[in-house]
Design a protein around this ligand. Sequence first.
Ligand code: ADP
Ligand code: MG
Length: 678
Amino acid sequence: MHISDSIETIKGVGDALAQKFHNVGVKTVEDLLSYYPRRYNDFSHIVPIAKMRPGEVTLQGTFKQITGRYVRGGLHITEAVLSDKSSSVRVVWFNQPYRSAGTKTDEEYYVSGMLDLKRGRMVITNPSCELVSDFPVNTARIIPIYREVKGLKSTAIRKIIKTVLTSISDVPSTIPAEIARKYKLINRKQALGYIHFPETLHDVERAKYRLGFEELFELILASTLLRNEVVHEKAIPIPFDRKVAQKFVQELSFTLTDSQRATIWEIYQDMAKPHPMNRLVEGDVGAGKTVVAAMAALMTAHASLQTAFMAPTELLARQHAETLYQLMLPLGQQDGVVLLVGSMNAKQKKAAYQRIASGDALLIVGTHALLQEKLDMHSLGLVIVDEQHRFGVEQRKALLKKVGHVPHMLTMTATPIPRSLALTVYGELDISIIRQKPKDRKPIVTKIIKHSYAPDMYEDINSELARGRQAFVVCPLIDPSTSMALKSASEVQKQLQQGPLKQWKIGLLHGRMKADEKTATMQDFINRKLDVLVATTVIEVGVDIPNATVMVIQSPERFGLAQIHQLRGRVGRSEYQGYCYLLLDDDSAPSKRLRALEQSADGFRLAELDLQLRGPGAIYGRQQHGALDLRMVELTDTSLIKAAREAALACAQKHEYLLQYPQLQERITKLQKVIHLN
Ligand code: ADP
Ligand code: MG
């Protein structure tokens, strides 16, 4: 058996079971071995029957008198007596008729289960039970507990993993032998054995260290190698001109925050170098990233080079074009701003193409599709990507082919990635963090609303709407593969229209609408033709609608904290007070996570909390977490991160390693392909 074999090849895995594994993303033997336990139950302590106490117990003994029978209502009962040298105890199984025939009376068994005192007699009900002579996986040891999903039980997973671990010959590693020795790492096969079936909890620790080390090592090495490549690429330097920057800042209607100043200074220094900048600007929603990007574009225009400014949606692109126009006005650069988006007509597009090709257009604003356009952008000096985390290898290559050189790159994201995580997974990027928010911002009032208090909430919303304000209602994406999400949002729209928000015009926005329909609906909302917008989470990131002051989030427990924080950033962007209501599905007590949202307005703190409580998946969403593949690492484990980092950096110096370890080369290529995480 090989780790790349599909799980169907494992003995005991039929089509039905294989399908269940597929549902949790397990397709190969390797996936299966990486389906790590969530936690363990310690059944390793075997007690003599005479000394057992009610509760979870593990016993060792032989069975006597096993009998099975059906009783009233078709219920099946198996009864047995388990004895060891010290005493005996009654054992009962319900509806497991195979027990009486399948259990031998002349062999020793381990029995783990719940011991109760019933009518003055001790009895163990429905225990797990395994031959001592076998390799026990459900009893008499530290038992792995897996994430169980529809019909896939831990017992079934244990059985299959045991089959694999006992028949697999070799598990290739991506860690060079020399490094494994230096950091005293146990080998991969042993680590996998320990993680699933540890003898002691110390085994679990050693396995976690080994597997976590490998994950980090690969990721850091992949991004470091990428960085080394980028460092050697040539770019056109964009000289810093103090006067131009000063004039821009003087003309602004506000004062830049210190964070904004520090960030723009880092960008100017990077761009002045003959190698491409590759910088990520992280700033919470409303931190003021656009103006920072505008300053980078301004300096580029001043050097007579073009900037491609890309936004995730057309609407946002339109908004950015408008903002840039206004910002460039005092400097006389406004005519260089050109919009290019899919919904423009042929004539408009042609005009844009021409201005781009002639070099008149210095600030080209569009969506991420800008790079796919057949554009002649030979004097491209800077690429700005808004609301994205990283610009992938493939995109860089596409760009290089298109313009013949690598421009400077600036990506901006509002996803607050804690520094520990950022340094680990974005090793190829330089990072600027805008931590401060503009001074005059009022914090958004956030309230958790239990289901039965919804009428009071709608009353408050009605009075906000009556003051001329607008509201968003966001519904969770229940299952993106079905039409459920769509149904839930349109149902919510109907309910609100019939009941609590009757007198208002309510629009609907969801992921299945065509791009131009979405844009039209958003435009109606911006123009106040709609008072309320019910949406799935497609609601545009970064959109600035100052008149919207209310954000209702339905079923907030389904969202990550960072995500809710992003959403509430859509309101309270003006002098009006913003409100965010987290509407629970029922009246139960809200979780600690949600309560944190009521108390904190700091996206970074919330992200750190989510990271602690739910792991990286909470920040990125499930798919994106899959790309990161940090399953084993606890990002608070700084000594592990330090060791893996040191090893990866040393390895990046030694080219022969990659040649010697094809497995490592393969992983690295795969990781480097993981492009933007949005
Ligand atoms: P984001 O970082 O979420 O992209 P924006 O760039 O859209 O935020 O900025 C949000 C709003 O804050 C804009 O209206 C912008 O003009 C304003 N703004 C930006 N910087 C400052 C500042 N230093 N002081 C006051 N307002 C600012
Ligand atoms: Mg923005």
